[in-house]
Design a protein around this ligand. Structure first.
Ligand code: PNS
Length: 171
């Protein structure tokens, strides 16, 4: 019997948006199991902790069979070895993503030659979407209807309230 094909969809997910969710839903039918892997390295200024990001994702993928979410730190390929996974899934939105993705795919393959990266393209209505823009638009009062899930919106609101408590002038 062939070993189950386990794919890892890694990212910062700070927070998960509907473009990410679209990729998760697209890759689930393609593999036996999909692990959404949330980067915990402290190299980036994240708004949400790893536990918060994992919680947001968990609430959105609740109904997806054979899909789970884990935090990881260190090298992605080491996490994959521990999970018995050989496939990395990444979303490609535009040509501007390509160079960064190309570098990562080649570096990961150099680090572990058994690892392959596959790219999926999200629904066109999410092609411009990024977690950075989600945070910016939210904190400037813009409408995110249809772009992020209910849990992410609720957690963004909580962060806004926490920030107001620290500085009531919102500065
Ligand atoms: O959503 P992002 O921030 O573009 O995701 C980047 C991520 C998490 C996939 C990448 O930074 C990563 O895999 N980091 C783990 C550290 C690692 O393995 N680095 C070497 C591979 S290039």
């Amino acid at each position: 019997m062939n070993a189950p094909q386990i794919a890892v969809y890694p990212g910062s997910f700070d927070p998960l948006h509907n473009g990410h969710l679209d990729i998760i839903k697209r890759c689930c039918p393609l593999f036996d199991e999909v692990i959404v892997a949330v980067l915990g390295n402290q190299t980036k200024d994240a708004l949400f902790s790893v536990a918060e990001r994992v919680g947001i994702i968990r609430s959105e993928i609740d109904d997806l069979e054979a899909c789970r979410v884990e935090g990881f730190s260190g090298l992605l390929v080491d996490f994959m070895d521990r999970e018995g996974a050989r496939i990395i899934v990444r979303g490609l939105r535009a040509v501007s993503d390509f160079e960064y993705e190309f570098q990562m795919a080649l570096m990961n393959r150099r680090l572990n030659s058994r690892v392959e990266t596959v790219f999926l393209v999200p629904k066109d209505e999410y092609i411009y979407l990024s977690s950075r823009l989600v945070k910016e638009v939210y904190f400037l009062g813009g409408d995110l209807e249809g772009l992020v899930g209910a849990t992410a919106l609720e957690r963004l609101a909580k962060k806004g309230q926490e920030a107001e408590k620290v500085d009531p002038r919102g500065g």
